[in-house]
Design a protein around this ligand. Structure first.
Ligand SMILES: Cc1ncc(COP(=O)(O)O)c(C=O)c1O
Length: 376
């Protein structure tokens, strides 16, 4: 906890440092927010005679929006998904929280990937769940389509391990941002075992906080009670705006633009890292917002981040993603999504200087295995 607090303080210091190049945070590019379309939608839904955008609604969310989500998801998983299967949530984060509360009690174990999404790991810890490797618990939390921080699909051994449990929470937050287009999230199958989590945070904007949860029939009543008890319903205005925006823009064309945009940034940051830190390794992402780097040695995360902030660059320390306390080399998440691509060469050079400063003084590290080093 102390280490996490120190890293959090450093992250805040980094965010407030003028001239620092931010490779931390995993934010979507704000220049890609569809501001004009959202503004028009706000005006339209506020103007609507029924006033629904400003009124209370049902805990499962607004019907039209649920139908859109169901149709898109059905096309991706190749199965009929009904609007009745969908619960609109306050972002994917609340969907994960409801899923976890529906399936596990304090003291239970939850299986997670070796590198996983920190806010989910933190939520599980706060709820008293024990983090264990995939396959060792009744409930697993995975990102089958595109992982955060890896930017890659869950591999076959990970899928097999997750399938050994009874329930799988599949967080598809980045699934529609795969560079090559289509991805298929895990689906419920015969045993109705997959809880699906999605969001508009990465494809429209996170500020509206609109995500969703699709649970098997057997869990629906409990999930709805938890949702209702938590906050009655997702924000009516935000739901109405998202629904109206989707009715007025070509969302698939937008996704195609975003995929190209993020892919070219990924390639540019990958080039810069390879040039400045040739001994580090990483697998080129299949989508998402970040590169997951493995350094050629091990140093303390906080020392490296402090040195990096002194040099004028930030990153997300690997330990926050590694819920299972991996003891391997130092790992870092660097995000290409939000910083200016023209700054990537500088950012990588600053990171390399910080690494030399901290690692130069550290003991040499013997790698346990060869890391994959794919390229774009
Ligand atoms: C893997 C993953 N799941 C869920 C979330 C939360 O998304 P939302 O903004 O929809 O709550 C994030 C946000 O970064 C994420 O990376």
């Amino acid at each position: 906890v102390t280490a996490r607090r120190e890293l959090d303080a450093l992250a805040r210091r980094a965010a407030a440092t003028p001239g620092l190049i931010p490779l931390a945070g995993g934010l979507p590019a704000d220049r890609q927010f569809p501001r004009a379309a959202l503004a028009a939608s706000f005006l339209r839904v506020l103007d609507a005679r029924d006033g629904a955008a400003l009124q209370y609604g049902w805990p499962e969310g607004q019907g039209g929006l649920r139908a859109r989500i169901a149709a898109r998801l059905g096309a991706r998983v190749g199965a009929a998904v009904s609007a009745d299967d969908v619960i609109v949530t306050n972002g994917a984060q609340q969907a994960i929280a409801i899923a976890a509360a529906s399936l596990a009690r304090p003291g239970d174990a939850i299986g997670v990937e070796p590198a996983s999404y920190p806010a989910a790991l933190e939520l599980f810890r706060v709820r008293g769940l024990r983090l264990v490797p995939l396959g060792e618990a009744r409930v697993s939390y995975v990102m089958s389509t595109l992982g955060n921080p890896t930017g890659r699909a869950l591999d076959a051994p990970g899928r097999r391990a997750a399938a050994r449990g009874r329930w799988i929470i599949d967080d598809d937050a980045y699934g529609e941002l795969a560079f090559e287009g289509r991805t298929a999230p895990l689906w419920q199958g015969r045993r109705g075992r997959v809880v699906h989590v999605g969001t508009f945070s990465k494809t429209l904007c996170p500020g509206l906080r609109v995500g969703w949860l699709v649970v098997p029939e057997a869990l629906r009543a409990r999930a709805l009670r938890l949702k209702h008890g938590d906050d009655l319903q997702a924000n009516s205005l935000a739901q109405a705006v998202v629904d109206d925006t989707l009715a007025h823009i070509d969302f698939d064309a937008r996704l195609a633009v975003l995929r190209r945009y993020y892919r070219s940034r990924a390639a540019r940051l990958a080039r810069a890292i390879r040039r400045a830190l040739p001994a580090w390794s990483f697998a080129f992402p299949e989508g998402g917002f970040s590169l997951w780097l493995e350094a050629d040695g091990r140093v303390d995360d906080a020392r490296l981040l402090r040195a990096a902030v002194d040099e004028g660059v930030s990153f997300d320390p690997g330990s926050t993603f590694e819920g299972l306390r991996d003891q391997g080399p130092t790992r870092l998440r660097v995000c290409y999504s939000a910083a200016a691509p023209e700054s990537f060469d500088d950012a990588a050079a600053r990171l390399a200087r910080a690494w030399r400063r901290v690692h130069g003084a550290a003991r040499p590290f013997r790698a346990r295995r060869a890391a994959p080093h794919l390229s774009s």
